[in-house]
Design a protein around this ligand. Sequence first.
Ligand code: ADP
Ligand code: GLC
Length: 525
Amino acid sequence: MHWLDACLPLPQPNRIQHLVPAVDILFASSEAHPLVKTGGLADVSGSLPRAIKNAKQEIRLVLPAYRAAVASAGSLNKVTELDLPGTSAPVRILQGRLPHTRVRLYLVDAPEYFDRPGGPYSNPEGNDWPDNAARFALFGRSVCEIAMNRAGLDWKPELVHCNDWQTGLVPPLLSLESEPPASVFTIHNLAYQGLFGRAHFQALDLPPQWWSMNALEFHDQMSFIKGGLIFSDWITTVSPTYAREIQTAEFGCGLEGLLKQRSARLTGILNGVDYQVWNPGRDRLIPHAYTARTLRLKLENKTALQEAFGLPVKTDVPLFGHVGRLVEQKGLDLIMELIPELVQRRLQLVFLGTGQPQLEQALRQAHQRHPTKIGVRIAYDEQLAHLIEAGSDAFLMPSRFEPCGLNQLYSLRYGTPPIVRRTGGLADSVVDADGPSLYAHKATGFVFDNAEPAELLRAIDRALNLYAQQRVWKDLIETAMHEDFSWTRSANDYVELYQRVLEAHRKNRESVHQAPPQDISGVLI
Ligand code: ADP
Ligand code: GLC
């Protein structure tokens, strides 16, 4: 039996399942745990559909049939073949189940695009595949064929839920249909927009009128994400704060005008956590499972973590962990600027991540200079990520922006108070340990406002200070561990939203889908 199968029972039936009719939903994503993962999108796509299914909706998941996904999907059968523009051979639709769930899975099998080594977006050397526009256009076309019940699956969803730019062509393609399902487009990260030169647009043989600032054109490039933002019935993003932030110039990546214009149909729903995977009480990826009542076992994980990174094993030295993509978004540069200060203090730091070469290099150098204080692993390592959550005393996540963020939610559950910037989902999930919140037993971490090293340092010093007061620290940990960010509440919010979207779609289809795209000149800067 897989360890996941032995974990928690499925979430309880939720409060609204008897109140709303079941909706048929096609959930389209470019990654889903445990099939293929580069970041949080995979965690969400691997767990939200199951939570929605448990809320008695009929939801099916569709993904590209990457080599790695096919290898880990278990038994698959070919159900149908499609002839689509842009491929030399028919595209096959493979059917199976998302592992450890009852969610039906479709894999879009176009070997010339997806049967490759490397990641979903990049080759084994880490460079983007040069034909990404064609790959995700084909994926979008296949999703559209399934959505229109032209893929021989004998099923027509009422709503297609698209995620991030890789699915951005689905809403515009559906807009060309006479009876399209409704569409929701979720922004997981507005900074990734799927931008390609005009030659790519021409090669994709899309309607020429889409080369317009009212459709896919964005500063003389084709923008996949604009397709989702303009043509979907509803836009969501992964936290209420990020939903507000992306309507401002600071976070809107040039799309704030458009998002403001659509703000009546823009909703922020905080991501949930899959507590079957991220649960210190049942985690088989850590050496010592523990709960809030057996915190001494957390210390054993700390020892294992120090050993894994070759750091001196000292349980009383505060240990700060970081896991993440090494990109500007995550604010790692703020931590790097502080290294000379931090190594003066009695603490240890461990880092796990891959990403921008200069950040990888800076981390390696920091380790070489301070081998007894700083442990670094440049790798993608799921087991080590769990050990860092379990074995660290606090988790560093000073993101410059963070649509939701999952690591801070995992940290809370693992009793590893997160140190975060007040932005996006971090602001919506961590309660700063100031005097009143500590007194009220509501504090769960440390929050600072501006992306300045000095502010981060103050937050770290506050953490060190509280760490020294073991009773207060224990109280902080226990409060954090009892926070509940399970999917149930957020899945209910999605189910309720689907109802609203269907209603709006029914009422407004003519104006939303059939009229020419609205004139948004003047709102895009
Ligand atoms: P993002 O999606 O922006 O990368 P999130 O916090 O939403 O950030 O999710 C990141 C997910 O990817 C988490 O599950 C995290 O543990 C995982 N992750 C990121 N980098 C690594 C790594 N180097 N090794 C293992 N897991 C990683
Ligand atoms: C993105 C965001 C992250 C979010 C994840 C899942 O990768 O950067 O904040 O948690 O998507 O929605």
